[in-house]
Design a protein around this ligand. Structure first.
Ligand SMILES: C[S@@+](CC[C@H](N)C(=O)[O-])C[C@H]1O[C@@H](n2cnc3c(N)ncnc32)[C@H](O)[C@@H]1O
Length: 295
């Protein structure tokens, strides 16, 4: 097959496997063999930036160079998908508001404290969406509310902290939500209002990092949507163990609409809401009341 740009080195199958395994063991993202050309195309700019002759040299750089940690972040950055937008998967959000928020309000009414985690939050739209829904419910006005957004990519986290968005991020946001929760920021962009921002904070976190996860406070609800779709079963199991550990007993886990816990042996109960299926950490260790079957 002729190459259009002969100055660019080709990635051998062996180099591909070494790089794939290295990335996978760091962050759980599994690049399949038929996506070798994608990996090649996305990592070329890194070779160019570092002045390396081929992918073998790049792999050695990732393993042994003093800058290897920063470069691994750059490689993961190049290989991850950050697609997201405000009010994504509205039927799930409606079930969350109509059916879970009343339960959480009742459960936590003594402490008046609520903790939500947008795990794999990308540029922040999901975390801000949750804070906006909590505000609009008016159930938690005088509560201590915190929505944590975490991601492995520092680039998207800095976008999240800036809280300025354009049309693509707002494609599912209605005019009244736009009016209520955003203010103009110039250049056809808007900024999330301060009262919503005050409930949200962002941090760098690798979902596979068991030690780092100990620093995450116990959560009432975890949204981990469209993150594990890029992981294999083993990495999913690891993440689910960590997420389960960070939930309070009886706390909820919400996945993306194309994801489920089928065949993962994860210790969660399946909860049938009227508008959605969600997962719950059992109230008592090992006690499963609805069988934990997948959807
Ligand atoms: C497709 S976005 C999903 C964003 C949002 N949850 C949503 O559903 O709209 C997936 C995000 O997961 C992050 N991610 C991938 N692997 C991760 C890991 N091991 N730890 C933390 N975040 C990770 C990516 O950086 C990316 O921003």
């Amino acid at each position: 097959m002729p190459r259009f740009d002969d100055s660019r080195p080709e990635m051998s199958l062996e180099e591909f496997r070494l790089l794939r395994d290295h990335v996978y063991s760091h962050c759980g993202i599994l690049v399949h063999e038929d996506m070798k050309f994608v990996m090649e195309r996305r990592l070329w700019p890194r070779l160019e930036a570092l002045g390396l002759p081929d992918f073998g040299a790049y792999h050695r750089y990732l393993r042994y160079d003093a800058q290897r940690h920063a470069e691994l972040e750059a490689a993961v950055e190049a290989l991850t998908t950050h697609e997201t937008y405000f009010f994504r998967e509205p039927s799930q959000l409606k079930a969350f508001c109509d059916e879970l928020l009343p339960v959480l309000e009742k459960r936590n009414s003594r402490l008046k404290r609520l903790r939500l985690w947008s795990a794999g939050c990308s540029s922040g739209e999901e975390a801000y969406t949750l804070a906006m829904l909590l505000k609009d419910s008016r159930r938690f006005d005088d509560w201590d509310v915190e929505v944590y957004g975490t991601d492995i990519s520092r680039r998207v986290l800095s976008m999240a902290r800036r809280a300025e968005y354009g049309a693509s991020a707002l494609r599912a946001t209605s005019a009244d939500l736009l009016e209520r929760h955003f203010q103009p920021a110039g250049n056809n962009r808007v900024r999330v209002r301060d009262e919503v921002r005050s409930w949200v904070s962002f941090g760098h976190h690798n979902l596979l990092d068991e030690t780092g996860s100990q620093l995450v406070p116990r959560m009432d609800v975890v949204f981990c949507r469209n993150v594990m779709i890029y992981f294999d079963q083993a990495a999913r199991r690891r993440v689910l163990r960590i997420v389960r550990d960070r939930l309070v007993p009886g706390g909820y886990l919400l996945l993306g609409h194309s994801e489920n816990l089928l065949n993962l042996g994860a210790d969660f109960e399946l909860v049938h809401l009227q508008g959605d299926l969600v997962y719950r950490r059992p109230e008592l260790p090992g006690l499963t009341t609805t069988g934990g079957e997948g959807r």
